[in-house]
Design a protein around this ligand. Structure first.
Ligand code: THU
Length: 141
């Protein structure tokens, strides 16, 4: 049963993000992150951050989760949850906001922030990335 409310995420989304976080390769920052995305079919795709000795080559959890969604044939992101062991709510970095925007079902897509204890915040993608640039700006394809 989906016990989520408009303010609270689906339990499966939170569980997937926390499970992904446990797999993080955060050797350099020690900051393990998990992300979970819901697609247009209600399926959940998760990712963790994957760092690299060449620091800028590291991948954010959101980017890894997006790759999973696309690989599984997903075309739209309908909900996002990011989890890290942080006291203040962690939101996707600027680059990941843009990456998520490419596949977002709209600006109202919820982006929850959680730590290992509880859900800390909920934003919409449009709040995190207002007046965003997207595929429509490039014209029909
Ligand atoms: N990180 C994410 O994976 N997602 C976020 O939303 C913020 C930051 C990662 C990148 C890096 O591996 C570590 O967290 C510290 O910045």
């Amino acid at each position: 049963m989906d016990t989520s409310t408009p303010e609270s995420p689906p339990a499966a989304l939170l569980a997937a993000a926390l499970a992904a976080r446990a797999r993080a390769y955060a050797r350099y920052s020690q900051f393990a992150v998990g992300a979970a995305l819901m697609d247009e079919q209600g399926r959940i795709h998760a990712g963790c951050n994957v760092e690299n000795a060449a620091y800028p080559e590291g991948l954010c959890a959101e980017a890894v989760a997006l790759g999973q969604l696309v690989l599984a044939g997903g075309t739209r992101v309908t909900a996002v949850l990011v989890a890290a062991d942080a006291a203040t709510p962690i939101t996707p970095c600027g680059g990941c906001r843009q990456k998520l925007r490419e596949f977002a079902a709209g600006g109202a897509v919820p982006v929850w922030s959680a730590n290992t204890q509880r859900v800390l915040a909920r934003h919409t993608l449009a709040e995190l990335l207002p007046a965003s640039f997207g595929p429509d700006h490039l014209g029909p394809r």
